[in-house]
Design a protein. Structure first.
Length: 296
C-alpha cells in the first residue's frame, strides 16, 4: 500500500490511490532536496556518495558538486543562493545557484567545532535556523571523530554579520525543522525521541515556550527527519514508513509510503503539487492535491 489512511481527510491532501514514481536511483543515501521554482530543477544530496546532484525533466540527472563534503540538508535564501549543511566539515556553507561563490557561514560555536549541521531553513527576514546533531561525526553518515560540544543544539545564524545564537540545547538529536505559515512557530523534530516539538518565535527571533507537539509513529523504516508545511498548513514529516501528514491540531491524517525509507522531501513542478522524496538509494515523486511552499 503506497498511501496509508489514518483519517478520511487525507484525501483532501493526496489521492489515496496515487502512484509513486521513481525518477532517479543508484545512490547511497539521498537527502536535502530543494526545488528551484523558476529554473525548474531539483538539487539533492547523496551523503554517503559524497556528492550533490541536479535533476530536471528535460536534461535528466547530472552532478552538481563532487565531492560535496558529505552534504546533507539544503535550502535557498531569498537571493537564490544555496545554503548547505556539511557532515564532513561540520559547517554551514553558501553558494550561488550554479555552485560558485562558495563561502563558509558557520563552523564553530564558542570556540568549538559544531557537531554536524543537519537541516536548515531561512526565515523571510533572511535569518537562518539550523539543527546540529552528531550524526556526521560517525562513520556511517560522515567522518568519524569525537564531538567538541557536549550538547546537540539548534541555532540562529545572521548571515550579514556571522552572529550565531544557540537557541535550544536540550534535544537528544535535533533533525528536521520548519516554520508555520505565519512564521510565529518553529517546529523541530527529535529523531531518537520520535517526536516533534514546537516553539514560539519571539519578535527578536529567539525561541520560547517549547512543548511536545506530536509523536511520529508507525511501521516501517525511517525516523523523524525532513519536515515542511504546505500552503494549507498541513505539516509533513518523515517518519516510520515514509512521509507523515498532520493537520494543524497535530492529528496524523496518513502516511505516504515510498518503496524505501524516506529521509526528506520537497515540493516541485510547475504547480508545486508534486512531492519529491529522497529515499535511501532513490528519488521518488507523487502528485498531491495541495501545493507546497516555494523556497524562493
Amino acid at each position: 500500500m503506497s498511501i496509508e489512511v489514518r483519517d478520511s481527510r487525507l484525501s483532501q491532501v493526496v489521492d489515496i490511490h496515487a502512484a509513486i514514481e521513481q525518477i532517479a536511483t543508484g545512490f547511497r543515501f539521498t537527502e536535502g532536496p530543494i526545488w528551484h521554482p523558476y529554473e525548474k530543477h531539483l538539487t539533492f544530496s547523496d551523503i554517503i556518495g559524497n556528492a550533490m546532484h541536479r535533476w530536471d525533466a528535460v536534461n535528466g540527472l547530472r552532478d552538481f558538486r563532487r565531492p560535496s563534503q558529505m552534504a546533507n540538508g539544503n535550502t535557498y535564501d531569498g537571493q537564490g543562493r544555496i545554503l548547505t549543511c556539511e557532515h564532513a566539515t561540520s559547517r554551514v556553507v553558501r553558494s550561488d545557484v550554479d555552485g560558485g561563490n562558495y563561502e563558509v557561514l558557520a563552523s564553530h560555536y564558542a570556540g568549538s567545532e559544531l557537531n554536524s549541521p543537519n537541516d536548515i531553513v531561512v526565515k523571510s527576514d533572511g535569518t537562518v535556523y539550523f539543527t546540529d546533531p552528531p550524526y556526521g561525526r560517525g562513520d556511517s553518515y560522515g567522518v568519524g571523530r569525537e564531538p567538541q560540544l557536549d550538547f546537540q543544539g539548534v541555532y540562529r545564524l545572521q548571515p550579514e554579520n556571522g552572529n550565531l545564537d544557540l537557541l535550544v540545547d536540550d534535544f537528544v538529536g535535533p533533525n528536521g525543522l520548519c516554520f508555520s505559515l505565519d512564521e510565529k512557530q518553529l517546529f523541530i523534530n527529535d529523531t531518537p525521541q520520535g517526536h516533534i516539538r514546537v516553539f514560539d518565535v519571539q519578535a527578536n527571533g529567539l525561541l520560547a515556550n517549547g512543548r511536545l507537539w506530536a509523536a511520529v509513529e508507525g511501521e516501517g523504516s525511517g525516523v523523524p527527519d525532513g519536515m515542511k508545511v504546505d500552503q494549507a498548513g498541513h505539516l509533513f514529516s518523515c517518519g516510520p514508513g515514509g512521509v507523515h501528514i498532520f493537520d494543524a491540531a497535530a492529528n496524523c491524517l496518513g502516511v505516504i509510503r515510498p518503496p524505501e525509507g524516506c529521509a526528506n522531501f520537497a515540493w516541485g513542478d510547475e504547480d508545486l503539487c508534486s512531492l519529491y522524496m529522497t529515499a535511501s538509494t532513490s528519488v521518488y515523486r507523487v502528485r498531491l492535491n495541495v501545493a507546497g511552499q516555494a523556497l524562493l
